[in-house]
Design a binder for this molecule. Structure first.
Ligand code: RIB
Ligand code: CA
Length: 316
């Protein structure tokens, strides 16, 4: 008899429209077992992010891991939602809601810690698609328990490009810079940041690829339609109907590492000063600090491999 060889995952999300695509991909990859989703405020308030996660699980039509509420507020910073990118409900304002699934009992941070406590060394990977508040709280409560995780893959930072919410910062890090600083300085043995730059350029989904996804399955139609607000924004920014899918890029890097093109380990720190640099991830590319690297920075994917992974997992 063979045992279950699937890698175990905890996915932390502020579920907006690109989180939903990433979540659908993970749910439909048979190589992984998702133990739970934990919710954090970010793109939208956590209550809405929870509803969006439950809706996505229903639509993905695969397994149904529990969803636990996590941090509704950031550690210090006031929340600022991303309505202009994802819509008021984070899902393109189509009036969709979960029909059947409900939140699980208990706080996401405790549930995450319980699972890690009961796990073997490196048995569970953590993937974060939103601000790092839940992970930072878990680290403050039980650092050694969190350090039992295998890989910690974060969609966060602008990589080697410019920010997407300020000149310096990417949204997930900027939304809770203090939490990101705690995670960065925690001494995690295998921390990888997939920056916003990884989903740009040739990794953007082009109009014909978006049509392939939309026409390929009910789930494909769902994940494209909920991104309609972002698509409208991109029509203005880039002059065409394309999609920069930050969370799917991070998910693909985490679950299908063969699609990683550029990834190096550097010493990194998070700017939490009260100025225009707040939320910037400073990457010590040339070793000025003399410090041991603490994070892998994934700044580029092989576009074809990445997109094939999206097509395969979404069944299109
Ligand atoms: O900067 C990209 C991040 O913010 C992603 O997590 C995405 O969901 C967006 O809103
Ligand atoms: Ca997100």
């Amino acid at each position: 008899m063979t045992g279950d060889t699937r890698k175990k995952l905890i996915i932390d999300t502020d579920c907006g429209s690109d989180d939903a695509m990433a979540i659908a991909m993970a749910l439909r990859d048979p190589a992984y077992e998702i133990l739970m989703f934990t919710i954090v405020s970010g793109n939208v308030e956590a209550g809405q992010a929870a509803r969006n996660t439950l809706l996505t699980i229903e639509r993905a039509g695969s397994c149904e891991p529990p969803v636990y509420m996590g941090a509704r507020n950031m550690l210090l910073k006031e929340l600022a939602f991303a309505y202009e990118t994802h819509g008021q409900d984070g899902m393109g304002d189509l009036g969709l809601a979960p029909e059947r699934l409900r939140l699980g009992e208990g706080h996401g941070v405790w549930r995450m810690l319980e699972a890690l406590r009961d796990s073997g060394e490196g048995e569970i990977d953590i993937i974060t698609l939103g601000p790092l508040t839940n992970l930072a709280l878990a680290l403050r409560l039980e650092p050694e328990t969190v350090k039992k995780a295998g890989r910690v893959v974060v969609m966060g930072g602008a990589g080697f490009g410019g920010g997407n919410v300020t000149a310096a910062a990417e949204f997930n890090i900027w939304q809770d810079g203090e939490a990101a600083k705690i995670v960065m300085e925690a001494g995690l043995k295998n921390l990888m940041l997939v920056g916003w730059d990884a989903c740009l350029g040739e990794s953007m989904l082009m109009p014909e690829e978006i049509q392939r996804i939309r026409n390929g399955s009910e789930l494909g139609k769902f994940v494209v339609d909920i991104n309609r607000v972002l698509m409208g924004l991109n029509r203005e920014r880039f002059g065409m109907d394309c999609l920069d899918m930050a969370d799917p890029a991070a998910m693909a890097a985490a679950l299908h590492p063969a699609c990683i093109r550029e990834c190096e380990k550097y010493w990194c720190e998070v700017d939490v000063s009260c100025g225009p640099g707040y939320g910037n991830v400073l990457i010590d590319r040339y070793g000025f600090s003399g410090k041991e690297p603490n994070a892998w920075i994934c700044s580029g994917l092989w576009p074809e491999r990445y997109k094939e992974y999206i097509f395969r997992t979404l069944g299109v």
